[in-house]
Design a protein. Sequence first.
Length: 696
Amino acid sequence: MKKYIMILAGACLMQYAQAQTIDRSHPPKPGPAPVLTIKDPVIYKMPNGITVLVVEDHRLPKVSASFSIDAGPRTEGPKAGVISLMGQMLNEGTKTMPKAAFDDAVDKIGATVDLNANGGGASALTRYFKDAFGLMGLALKEPAFTQESFDKLKTQALTNLKNSAKSAPAIASRVSNALVYGKDHPNGEFETEQTISALTVQDIKDAYAAYITPSRSYLTFVGDITPAQAKALATEVFGKWTGKALTLPKLPEVANPSKPEIDVVNVPSAVQSQIHVVNLVDLKKNDPDYFPVLLANYILGGGAESRLFMNLREKHGFTYGAYSSIGSGRFQTTFDASAQVRNAKADSAVAEFLSEIKRIRTEKVSDEELATAKALYNGSFALGLEDPARTATFASNILINNLPADFYKTYLQRFNAVTADDILRVAQKYFLYDNARIMVVGNTAQMLDGLKKLGLPIKMYDAYASPVTDAPKTAGTAVMVQAADVIKDYINATGGATEAKKITSIAVTMSMAYQGMSLDVSQKKMAPNKDVMSISMGGNVVMKSLFDGDKGYQQQGPNKKDMTPEEIAQKKVYTSLTEQLDYLTNPAFKLSIKGIQKVNDADAYQVEVIDPTGKTSTEYYDIKSKLLVRNESTTTANNATTLITSDLSDYRKIGNIMLPYKITQTIANEGGQSQTFVMTVTDYKINTGVTADDFK
């Protein structure tokens, strides 16, 4: 049965004004490094382990405070997700104030109070700050941890996991960390539906007792407050608070691969491939390499002027942006160069990533490029100093990382002292071209064959970083079968061509679940290609599409849009309500087998269908049942591509024809965001209940 999707697009209005003529043929000449004047915060040490930092700024009558606990990386094991969930529950009221009363108290004073697994924060006008700070302290010290709140947040966490199940960026982040660090490492483990489902309120309480404590914590005040006032307030709210003494964990060193490898995860619904070129690094902030590494990364992928951005976006048009980052601190972190690219260009993008990494490792940067990068970084860094909270962050960084007292006061001087030789040296040491993991998460049917041509070892993984032994098969490894035979088998499995040709009309009603709402869907079709579909909520039509055989429209609320000539042409190519009949009788349809893919853990033939207008879609036919189990198509609006994936299941016999009773539809955009709709058929009517008046 043909599936019609309504894609509603918004319009963007851009304005441009130019006040003067600027010579853009040459970049501006770099200026001197700004001279930094950083005021040291006042620092107190409380007996219970809290370090208090105070940055006075009386320009505005406002004060902010942040409380952070330096617990270090923490392994959760079979309870993965418990610490994050515990942090959310700190916002669910206290032992003496239910959540509604707590939120009301915060709102009445126009304050902001937020808690998380690492501490929390409070912000308010000066005259209300004491009350806001007291509420933050109460939430940290006396959380309610009710069963009702736990059940609510647990359900939300499970829903979020399900919603991100087909998100290439989410999968790439999870799998990349798991492979780089290992699943049993704090930075490599991840939560699953199983670990979240097994959690209890007692687990939340245990995590709170283990990690929410004054030990190894930093309390920072910024704004219209004196050091004496801050000290008195900190003592009043937190002075008597006690908790478990924390020690910084010691983690084993993790090795990089002995040679480069491509790690691939198949996400058939992905519009784009998510690429990460990653290796582990050990870079302390007090290491002599720190400033050369910062500048080297800035030149390679630190912004819109970087080499990766200019190559992959400006030169080749593979992506909206390509960047790199590198971590630093007391524990191993990563160098990570990444981008989202069209699946078909994944191999080309990987080649360009490796080319740029190799170039910065083997060729000195020019004096002009070095000077320009320094000037841009200097300006960005100095601009950030306008936020007084940065001063407090600098002070806590000095304490946590055992840095020299003048580390930030001399920051730009040391940054600007970096030479081209320094860049070359640290690039060879930290950007590990020969020991990198190249993570590619996307639709393997569109990119795996290309990746193989790069000549690097390829390893397949599932969405949870487990090796895939029965890897998805590409067109070159699919069994010898003709696409027409797959279509014939489907027609026979659903009742045969004779029965399919008897269908002159279909009426179907469905219920649809979307974001907690229940919607009613009605669709009527009449041969050869008339179609009307409406979506209602509470008896009111909220969306409708109609095609009368010659023209049509799409409507959402009062907004009505006529179908374009291209959309009308695509409607008219079908002369049967069973579209597969047209595939076989109309030679203008082009069919080809692209491989064998897993759909819901079962092998399915992947058939590419190009209709007479040139529009391409991909259909998946289960090898055993012969039934259509998935359809993929794309639509483009405002230069943005959207992938629509429809999974069909629960086939039942209606008269002599088999039809699906469940359709799960996922709409994913290029940014990896997706929405899923589950439609359940409540009734089919064949050759009855449809008249020509339905399409007027």
